[in-house]
Design a protein around this ligand. Sequence first.
Ligand code: KIV
Ligand code: ZN
Length: 547
Amino acid sequence: MSQPHDRYVRIFDTTLRDGEQSPGATLTSAEKLDVAKALSRLGVDIIEAGFPAASPDDLAAVQSIAAGVGTEPVLGRPSAEPPIICALARASEGDLDKAWEAVRLAVRPRLHTFLATSPIHREHKLRMSREEVLRRAERMVAYARQLTPDVEFSPEDAGRTEPEFLYQVLEAVIAAGATTLNIPDTVGYTLPHEFGALIEGIMQHVRGIEGVTVSVHCHDDLGLATANTLAGLRAGARQAEVTINGIGERAGNTALEEVVMALHVRRASFGLETGIDTTGLVRTSKLVSSRTGLVVQPNKAIVGANAFAHESGIHQDGMLKHEQTYEIMRPETVGAGRTQLVLGKHSGRHAFAARLRELGFPLEGEPLESAFSRFKLLAEKKKSVTDADLTALAATEGDAGAAAFVLEDLHVSCGTGGLPTASVRLRGPDGTVHVRASVGTGPVDAVFKAIDEVVAAPSELVEYSVTAVTEGIDALGESSVRVRARQGDPRLSPQHLATRPALFHGHGADTDIIVASTKAYLGALNRLLASLAPAEAQPDVGSEARA
Ligand code: KIV
Ligand code: ZN
């Protein structure tokens, strides 16, 4: 096996072993194989494929990974060498035999055995003395070493073990043939400065340590797993045991993506590197999440849905000026697609106008102001405003500009009992406020009738439709209305009808479909009313022409 240089950190992934111990995450053999292949493609150095003594199924799954990963070149794997396939075993011959049976067909097999060393585990779980623990560890590493030259030993709960005893155990297992010493903070208890000091102490006091790889394995019970792992690497460890998305026992393990990206983004500080293809991080995270059913929280570092999403107006403005104002890494580097400027209630005009331009609506001046205030109202109601919402908003911009009657208030009451009733408050072209109530066959009919009483336009409703433009319960509804100028109305002279369009179109968009319908209807009526003025004086109101 070629030795990497001394600034290289081996990534040991235990998603399929410690990660699979997450409550609720059980994978079939086929799913495990899929994940193992993805880990290999990502560039993971060692895949801990499982704990074969746990069940015949576990043994079979590890066997299929040993036979199926690394035996042929993996498309896209950054390293020419196949990954090491590792199996976990308690410190017993029986476990080690099963583990060996599972991995022996791998191109590069490893056995990983562990025995708890902390006082609490010795006394209450193992009921063994220090001496017994020491001898068992030594014997089992020697046993494993007879099976394979690549043997890893973990003193379980090292973080709470007396340092001098830990040094003793580590020296004994090095002498017995261990090639990797993994130091677990099994219960996620240590603080970064303590864990760093623990590794430093091991590097200084354990005889023979320079000839083996020191590894760190941290749990996240205090949310410190990544910080502890990095502290361990700074202190000289050169293997990090991690899982995708940080899944694992209780609060989980150190997240692979966090350690890899911390070393990458802050390489000037650490001077360390890994063999991971960072552009595969999001893809692998998604695969593990879908196979395990463990959903990734949106604000999860590196791979969360919001990791590259900016909502605050100040942040969006900064991002539009220079992406490094609020991003320490590019989303493409981790395979996350592009930065998202999520438009919501905190977004500013600058980001709003930029997104509209991208969508093909280069609004400026008054139309932009008007669309922006409608967007703010919508964002108050809807958590995030999608491109479809924006398109609907921008496409209906101008309807309000043509308005002669403006909707100020609307109230609707409907249901299974009583008549659908609507009351509307409209401000007319001369500033007068009109309030009317009406009943109808349904809420929309009631609103339209109340509006008709105020506006008294020479119109007939020709077409009315409502569609949901976005998905979900808070979807934006879009309404489209067409009205026709009523033939014979004295306000429509024959000459006027000959030169003016006789069909008038209105559009409305809102999270409330009754409001969307009201806006659409009023828009259509306003256009019709505008057409009643002398033709020469009319601005182009964008109505649909029908001869
Ligand atoms: O957390 C732990 O101590 C472990 C060992 C088996 C390495 O997972
Ligand atoms: Zn663990």
